[in-house]
Design a protein around this ligand. Structure first.
Ligand code: PMV
Length: 307
């Protein structure tokens, strides 16, 4: 049996805009998905993730099945496998659980088949899988989950940035949604108001570029302010809602440096950053609003084979 694990992620800047070629900054977080694979002679793919501890939704199954199908096609191999999933990343909450499941499955399957792939190659295959399951996807999620750290993504180009010492506070609403549906919603809005939505996306791109400079300078106050401006633009696209807004304002009122949705929105999670001394207040404020709060840090560890 081979077990691989990969981290979930948050977006500091640029979700949605990244689907249309603008830059985004995503960070791997210290919450991981683990996928174990055992090849079987029956030729069938079985996924075991139904018990509560698996923390996995049927949405993830689509990615696992598509990953197995893609490996069969790309490497002209026929196989059966028993696949076990365990996750610390709440599913369908904008925290990259699908990408983490996808790249862990690809790595565990290919290793089991004796195929050697580096993490970037796994990320590229994972991006194909996400495109197929979601209709549209940027390379951000699979790349950051495969390589870890802080990643600047622009079109097909990806590069690592220095890792800031930043407490990450996540408020998960528990409201599940499909990334595919939210991407389709934004795509329809863009078709209806092409110049308006393009301008919004391009402003998000400007925010990401400026955010990169502020991160490099260690200016977390400006990073927080830019996150707040980014949130205003996401709200203008209709991907925020009243539950998310309440969490965002609760975090800001409790002194967060910045707060915005992370991932596709319309449900899912809010991301707040705060000074080390303020993490407890922000956590309490979001908990009071009914969120499941996860406090974590940025992970430099990407996809790997577990011992
Ligand atoms: O909600 P998530 O974790 O699936 O993130 C989606 C982020 C988008 O920018 C909306 C789509 C993408 O593929 O980058």
């Amino acid at each position: 049996m081979i077990t691989c694990s990969a981290p979930g992620k948050i977006y500091l800047f640029g979700e949605h805009a990244v689907v249309y070629g603008e830059p985004a900054i995503a960070c791997a977080i210290n919450l991981r998905v683990r996928v174990s694979v055992e090849l079987v002679s029956s030729g069938k793919i079985t996924i075991n993730a139904m018990d509560k501890r698996a923390n996995c939704s049927s949405e993830e199954f689509k990615y696992v099945c598509c990953a197995a199908k893609t490996i069969k096609q790309l490497f002209e191999k026929d196989f059966g496998a028993e696949i076990n999933i365990r996750s610390e990343v709440p599913p369908r909450q904008g925290l990259g659980s699908s990408a983490a499941v996808t790249v862990s499955t690809i790595k565990a399957l290919t290793e089991s088949l004796g195929i050697e792939l580096d993490n970037e190659a796994v990320a590229n295959i994972g991006h194909k899988v996400e495109n197929e399951v979601q209709g549209k996807a940027s390379p951000a999620d699979t790349f950051v989950s495969s390589t870890g750290g802080v990643v600047l993504v622009e079109r097909a180009k990806t590069s690592h940035l220095a890792r800031p010492d930043l407490p990450i506070i996540i408020g998960a609403t528990g409201v599940e949604r499909s990334t595919r549906d939210v991407i389709a919603f934004v795509s329809d809005l863009r078709k209806k108001y092409p110049s308006v939505v393009s301008d919004v996306m391009s402003s998000m791109g400007d925010i990401t570029r400026l955010g990169e400079q502020k991160l490099a300078a260690g200016d977390l106050v400006s990073v927080g302010e830019l996150m707040n401006i980014n949130e205003g633009l996401l709200d203008s696209l209709g991907v925020c809602d009243v539950v998310l807004s309440k969490l965002i304002y609760a975090a800001r009122t409790a002194g967060a440096l910045g707060a915005k949705i992370t991932g596709a929105g319309r449900g899912g999670s809010v991301l707040a950053i705060a000074t080390a001394g303020n993490v407890d207040q922000v956590t309490q404020a979001m908990t009071k609003q009914g969120a499941r709060v996860l406090t974590t840090t940025i992970s430099s560890l990407g996809l790997h084979i577990e011992a």
